[in-house]
Design a protein around this ligand. Structure first.
Ligand code: NAD
Ligand code: LMR
Length: 329
């Protein structure tokens, strides 16, 4: 029995993500919340012949009900980018949205696992953490920034230049954050050795870091990645749900490194220093973060340099998120 709430369920990500969660056999209850259009989305998805019960919650006065007695909350609510914008440009609107939604989760399902998709993830996850701290219920093992799309892109983009590779099973750890040069793919630690030239490494790294821009440009003002994001979000949620049910699963995700300080040590030595939040490969278990996975081999000099660049940018993004809550209290 796993109860899931999706907040922002009528949006570009929310709709396909809700459908994919309806197809997940572990899910028994699916609460779909949005401030617009969610009644029709829920009615539509509720006809899919799986066993879970779908309920719709429309408008702010239904938020508390939507997040009562749920195990897992997934948040894709908020505005997406248009060409010429950075993810940080979304902060002004999305910071308040995420803060309000996490406050409701804290008040109604304080032990729920929370997965944040809303951008800028590098700042919205610290916002969520600060809200939970303020309520005295913060458990770093239960709060996740969803960076799975970077991992998905890494596998797929490698396949574009190595057509014999199976994109579905290739795993490349992507660490750091979720925006531009805070995204650090560790191509040297791919699950299958890739034998890439220096030029291929540079081009692939750049494409993975700026993959979101490809979609924003192609959609030409109509938003950012929604379908690939729904796939990535459903994959992360499924890994977490299987872990809650007793399996051990591994996914990179943006977490507070305090969730496993012993495991974080290797990343701190890599140059992450005292940074609070960072995306790392995580073994998920029944209580959320079971452990931070060790680095699988030696990182290259180029990867180490990329971490240094990411850490500088992340430091500012994280402070922006934490200060937003501290100063609006
Ligand atoms: P969208 O505009 O299509 O949908 C957003 C939905 O959120 C809308 O239905 C809207 O009504 C709803 N919403 C707005 N305020 C709300 C509130 N207070 N409570 C509940 N719902 C609310 O946007 P989208 O394309 O689905 O993108 C959503 C977010 O996800 C954006 O911030 C985007 O940047 C981000 N995103 C993140 C990743 C990632 O890898 N983490 C990938 C793609 C997009
Ligand atoms: C992505 O990586 O596709 C998302 O973060 C959306 C965006 O703004 O690019």
């Amino acid at each position: 029995m796993v109860s899931v709430a999706i907040l922002g369920a009528a949006g570009g990500i929310g709709q396909p993500l809700s459908l994919l969660m309806k197809l997940n056999a572990h899910v028994t209850k699916l609460n779909l919340y949005d401030i617009v259009n969610v009644t029709g989305v829920a009615a539509d998805i509720s006809h899919v012949a799986t066993n879970s019960e779908v309920k719709s919650f429309l408008g702010a006065d239904k938020l508390a009900q939507a997040v009562t007695d749920v195990d897992l909350v997934i948040i894709p609510a908020g505005v997406p980018r248009k060409p010429g914008m950075t993810r940080d440009d979304l902060f002004k609107i999305n910071a308040g949205i995420v803060k309000g939604l996490v406050e409701a989760v804290a008040d109604n399902s304080p032990r729920a696992f929370i997965c944040i998709i809303s951008n800028p993830v590098n700042s919205t996850v610290p916002i969520a953490a600060e809200v939970l701290k303020g309520r005295g219920i913060y458990d770093p093992k239960r709060l996740f920034g969803v960076t799975t799309l970077d991992v998905v892109r890494a596998s797929r983009f490698v396949r574009d230049i190595r057509p014999k590779i199976d994109a579905a099973t290739l795993r490349i750890p992507v660490i750091g954050g979720h925006s531009g040069n805070t995204i650090v793919p560790l191509l040297s630690m791919a699950s299958t050795p890739l034998d890439l030239s220096e030029t291929e490494i540079a081009e692939l790294t750049n494409r993975i870091q700026f993959g979101g821009d490809e979609v924003v440009k192609a959609k030409d003002g109509a938003g950012s990645a929604t379908l690939s994001m729904a796939y990535a979000g459903a994959r992360f949620a499924d890994s977490l749900i299987r872990a809650i049910k007793g399996e051990k699963t591994v996914e990179p995700t943006f977490i507070n490194l305090a969730a496993d300080e012993a495991g974080a040590e290797a990343y701190r030595k890599l140059g992450v220093g005292s940074l609070e939040f960072f995306a790392v490969p995580v073994e998920l278990g029944s209580q959320g973060v079971a452990r931070i996975m060790p680095l699988n081999g030696n990182v290259t000099d180029g990867e180490r340099e990329a971490v240094a660049v990411a850490v500088n940018a992340l430091d500012a993004n994280i402070s922006t998120g934490l200060n937003f809550v501290r100063h609006s209290a």
